[in-house]
Design a protein. Structure first.
Length: 346
């Protein structure tokens, strides 16, 4: 596993090195250029570098590599290794933009990028991370037909991730609007599951020319992504996510699955809940800590955290069954299954 993760980190640094030089600038631009002040380039790209330096689980590019290896062996894996930034860099770019939209001030154990570098630099850096990794498609030793397939997959899922984010933003803005469980899971498929699906579809395209297999690989990853998001929702309200504060989702007015389930089972609590949301949004986490803790206590006592966790586990179980049906037994399949089983203990 460490070797695979080291490969991912090495590739991220190749596509976005710690400092720029003329050779990298011309690689990004795709053409020769007059000498450019590298300090300028480094300044506006530093928010992207900073967030990537802080780490992350890297499970999306890892899934992509495992898919390529399971379906196409070492040859497909070698191609996938050079394309992992297509999954991980847009994920990080979306986090930078998401923190601005959510007015979040903390990410991965430190101040959010827009707090450190300003919104202008951060928005530009987030958008750069959407487009920079497409350079790896251009340089890949692939037929034009396969490159076109990868570009189409990439564009499809980038459209989807912004649709999902738009849905989430709408629900933040309207305090009294609570989506259904079905609507919420669709949003998760679009916002959280889609980049994992994108990576696995690309990994599959590198190995096979079978739309059914390619789509199935993406669907499995998407299902895992939804389960992962729901589990993340539970952890946020239960003990707090690593690098963030417990109950941050309340401050950001996120209509997460435990919140939705709580409202469905306790409609008489809607006014109370929206009042806490509004206070937390206005006063921040520290200024509304007592109200947040009171609400978290009610949610815990209602049993909706346990129900949401059960739903996440059901999605993981569904994905495990599909993995058995699609992938032949192998060490890589065992690794993928082991990763999913590790989520059960989160």
């Amino acid at each position: 596993m460490d070797r695979w993760l080291n490969t991912i980190e090495h590739e991220l640094k190749r596509v976005l090195p710690e400092s720029s030089d003329q050779t990298w600038i011309e690689w990004v631009l795709g053409s020769p250029a007059p000498p450019i002040d590298t300090m300028t380039i480094d300044q506006f790209s530093e928010p992207a570098r900073d967030l990537i330096r802080r780490g992350g689980k890297r499970w999306r590019p890892l899934f992509m590599m495992l898919t390529a290896k399971m379906l196409g062996g070492d040859a497909a894996l070698a191609l996938a290794e050079r394309l992992v930034s297509l999954v991980e860099l847009p994920h990080n770019g979306s986090l930078i933009v998401d923190d601005i939209e959510d007015k979040s001030d903390w990410r991965r154990g430190g101040p959010a990028m827009h707090i450190l570098y300003g919104e202008d630099f951060s928005i530009n850096a987030g958008n750069l991370l959407y487009f920079l990794p497409t350079k790896t498609i251009d340089e890949a030793p692939l037929d034009d037909k396969v490159k076109l397939q990868i570009y189409q997959i990439y564009a499809k899922y980038m459209r989807r991730v912004h649709m999902g984010q738009g849905m989430d933003i709408c629900w933040h803005h309207h305090h009294r609007t609570f989506p259904t469980v079905q609507e919420y899971e669709l949003m998760c498929r679009l916002k959280t599951g889609c980049l994992a699906a994108m990576g696995c579809e690309i990994g599959a395209v590198l190995a096979v020319d079978d739309p059914r297999v390619i789509g199935h690989a993406g669907h499995i990853a998407e299902t895992i992504g939804v389960g992962f998001q729901i589990l993340d929702d539970v952890i946020n309200l239960e003990k707090g996510n690593p690098g963030k504060k417990r109950g941050d989702d309340i401050v950001e007015n996120k209509k997460s699955l435990p919140i939705i389930m709580f409202v469905e089972e306790n409609p008489d609590q809607v006014e109370y809940l929206t009042g806490v949301f509004q206070q937390a949004r206005k006063a921040g986490h520290d200024g509304s800590a007592a109200s947040i803790e009171e609400l978290l206590g009610k949610i815990q006592a209602s049993g909706t955290l346990a129900k949401a966790r059960k739903r996440a586990f059901a999605l993981f179980e569904e994905a495990l069954l599909e993995i058995d049906s699609l992938y032949a037994p192998s060490a890589e399949r065992d690794t993928l299954v082991s990763m999913i089983h590790s989520f059960f203990s989160a």
